[in-house]
Design a protein around this ligand. Structure first.
Ligand SMILES: *Cc1c(COP(=O)(O)O)cnc(C)c1O
Ligand SMILES: [Zn+2]
Length: 415
């Protein structure tokens, strides 16, 4: 990296989300007192950053190094992820009747989903903690992101996935050379086995024992949006939700920008989007519950969101309420229609998770939950090439012709 003026991070330690007990920043992830999850905190007063600090740096997520949980810039395992386009929508905005709509296009990350953000931080921190092997439990995209970073770091990698994931995702992940363990069960089964393996074989599993560090990568989705809007916050963001970790982390990102003086009081509304066959957070929101009831058999075309027992579900729900957002779901048909709508109006090809965001955006505008004058950011978190079969069925077939202009003519002129 070019920018080397900062080489030491300002990581303060880990703090329990429930009881606030503090720990040193080692390989731990649950509170010894209350079993609550641990989050990284920083010495915010010591972090002196202004818009000018970041402006000259590489256009990657590593430009926010001061707010990432690494002690040295030299540990960064860099795939040049992040600083993805904040695409100003014209035709989709017009169709929906919105004045100012942006699409945060994370489908163009190095492994084609936002998971390059948390995986990059998690693997970099694993090096600092001198772990000899890494792994993850994955709904598909984290598999590729983890394996790619493990390849760059030269670490052995163990990926736990449920059976039945989209073939392109499995093929992509396998190509980076990890050991992939396909667990006969759903994501929650794969996750449990990965947790046991982390303990038994001393593997740094990104979304389990490295979780406090790993989730920090997703904050950069908030940092970038603020910077790309000229250090302003949007009025409303729509976030697709599986485990809830990304939504929670995006909120932490906005909160930290306030802590270091780059934003004022948080005004942004944060809304959660899920697929209908696996929407435990939406369900809890709509019923006004203070618990998230697990979904037994997740069934949605949005497989990257199909987590029946979301680890951060309750915390994501609390953030949605705190930041005056909504939670809404989309059916498989609405998801496929939204994928096509996004592609046809904005030239962005997303996987179902992005379709969920767009479908929910549309629904919320129609329901009046998003005002026409709001500045809205919709997170598009993964690439459509990972799930081509999802849309293929709904699309018209190509026309087949002999290589002859006269045969072609009626198809073009309609005569
Ligand atoms: C993992 C994933 C999500 C959901 O993130 P969580 O942190 O599990 O809520 C959304 N979109 C895509 C493309 C993903 O891969
Ligand atoms: Zn605690």
């Amino acid at each position: 990296m070019r920018e080397v003026e900062v080489t030491m991070g300002q990581i303060g330690g880990l703090r329990c989300r429930e009881c606030s007990k503090e720990y040193d920043p080692s390989l731990r992830y649950v509170c010894e007192e209350c079993f609550g999850p641990l989050d990284v905190f920083y010495d915010y007063d010591a972090i002196k950053v202004t818009p000018e600090t970041f402006a000259p740096r590489d256009k990657t997520m590593w430009r926010y190094f001061e707010l990432l949980p690494l002690s040295s810039l030299s540990s960064v395992v860099n795939l040049w992820q992040g600083f993805t386009p904040l695409h100003r929508s014209k035709r989709l905005a017009a169709k929906l009747g919105l004045r100012e709509l942006y699409l945060k296009n994370d489908s163009v990350n190095p492994t084609f989903s936002f998971k390059d953000r948390p995986a990059g931080v998690g693997v970099s921190r694993a090096l600092e903690l001198e772990l000899k092997a890494i792994g993850c439990a994955s709904t598909g995209n984290l598999a590729a992101a983890t394996a790619a970073h493990a390849a760059v770091a030269g670490l052995p990698c163990y990926v736990f996935i449920p059976v039945g994931l989209e073939l392109p995702k499995v093929a992509q992940a396998l190509t980076y050379g990890p050991r992939i363990v396909e667990v006969e069960g759903d994501y929650d089964d794969a996750n449990r086995l990965a947790a046991q393996a982390a303990d038994a074989f001393n593997i740094g599993v990104l979304n389990i024992n490295l979780r406090p560090y790993y989730v920090e990568g997703s904050k950069t989705l908030a940092f970038e949006v603020a910077e790309q809007l000229g250090w302003e916050q949007p009025d409303h963001v729509i976030v697709p939700v599986g485990s809830g970790a990304m939504l929670h982390s995006i909120c932490k990102g906005f909160e930290e920008l306030r802590s270091v003086g780059l934003l004022d009081e948080i005004r942004v509304k944060v809304s959660a989007a899920q697929g209908q066959g696996c929407a435990p957070i939406v369900d809890a929101f709509k019923r006004g519950l203070n618990e998230v009831i697990p979904v037994e058999n997740p069934d949605t075309v949005a497989k990257s969101l199909a987590i029946g027992e979301p680890g951060d579900g309750l915390y994501a729900l609390k953030k949605v309420r705190k930041y005056n957002g909504y939670a809404e779901e989309a059916s498989d048909k609405e998801i496929v229609d939204a994928i096509r709508l996004l592609a046809e109006t904005e030239g962005i090809f997303t996987e179902p998770a992005g379709g969920v965001s767009v479908a929910v955006l549309k629904k919320m505008v129609d329901d009046g939950k998003i005002g026409r004058d709001e500045k809205v950011v919709c997170y598009i978190t993964g690439n459509g090439l990972k799930t081509p079969e999802v849309v293929l069925e709904s699309l018209p077939r190509p026309i087949v012709v002999k290589p002859d202009l006269e045969v072609l003519a009626p198809y073009i002129t309609g005569r």
